[in-house]
Every structure is written in structure tokens, then in C-alpha cells.
Design a protein. Structure first.
Length: 123
């Protein structure tokens, strides 16, 4: 087990109430509830261990969209021109490239990337 260190904070009333509600919902101590919230928040900001940062989620959504475009073009090529097949395969490779960027490049640029792009924060 990793060594544990103490952090002491003061919060406003709404944050304190939210931590108490999390404590009740998860049936854990207030310290464990605050630790869980802090961990999720740090991950989301790019300082933690997770990959769920705003920049990463944005690129993931773009990769899924480009994949759907590529799959649609490949399916349409069955009814029409071979040029749609080439465009579809190109879009599928683009989706693969975006996925690689999301999984490999963005984690190396965090937390600086998410800190520079606060306007893409999605709730």
C-alpha cells in the first residue's frame, strides 16, 4: 500500500455539503469522500493518473465522428464509386490517427494543454 499523506483544506458551504452528500451516497468517511472528489478533479485537470482530460475527450469525440464518416463512405462505395472507398479508407486512417493522438500525444502534453484550453471544459 502506498504511503498516505495528510492534506488539510477549508471549503465553502456548498462544497462541504457536496462532500457530505458524497460521503452518504458512498457510505464512507468524509476523508475518503474528499479524496475521491479530489482525485477525480485532478485527473480531469490533467494532473492525475487518468486520461479523461477535456482535450483528450475532445479528440476522442472527433475520432469517433471521423470513424463514422469513414464507415459511411465505405458502405456507400458498395453502391457507387470506388472513389468513395478510397475516401472512406482515408477517413478511417484519420480516425486511427486521432485515436493515437488521444492516447499517446495528449497525455504527454498534460496538464499544460488542458490549462491552456479552459474553454473546452465539458460538464
Amino acid at each position: 500500500m502506498a504511503s498516505r499523506k495528510v492534506i488539510s483544506i477549508s471549503t465553502d458551504e456548498p462544497t462541504h455539503t457536496a462532500v457530505e452528500q458524497l460521503q452518504d451516497d458512498r457510505d464512507c468517511s468524509k476523508s475518503e469522500a474528499a479524496e475521491a472528489a479530489l482525485s477525480v478533479g485532478l485527473d480531469r485537470m490533467g494532473y492525475g493518473r487518468g486520461a479523461g482530460t477535456p482535450a483528450g475527450r475532445l479528440v476522442d469525440v472527433a475520432a469517433v465522428g471521423v470513424f463514422h464518416v469513414g464507415a459511411t463512405l465505405v458502405l456507400l462505395s458498395l453502391l457507387g464509386s470506388v472513389s468513395l472507398l478510397f475516401a472512406g479508407v482515408g477517413a478511417l486512417f484519420g480516425s486511427l490517427g486521432l485515436t493515437v493522438v488521444s492516447r499517446v500525444v495528449i497525455p504527454r502534453l498534460e496538464p499544460d494543454l488542458s490549462n491552456k484550453l479552459p474553454s473546452i471544459e465539458v460538464q
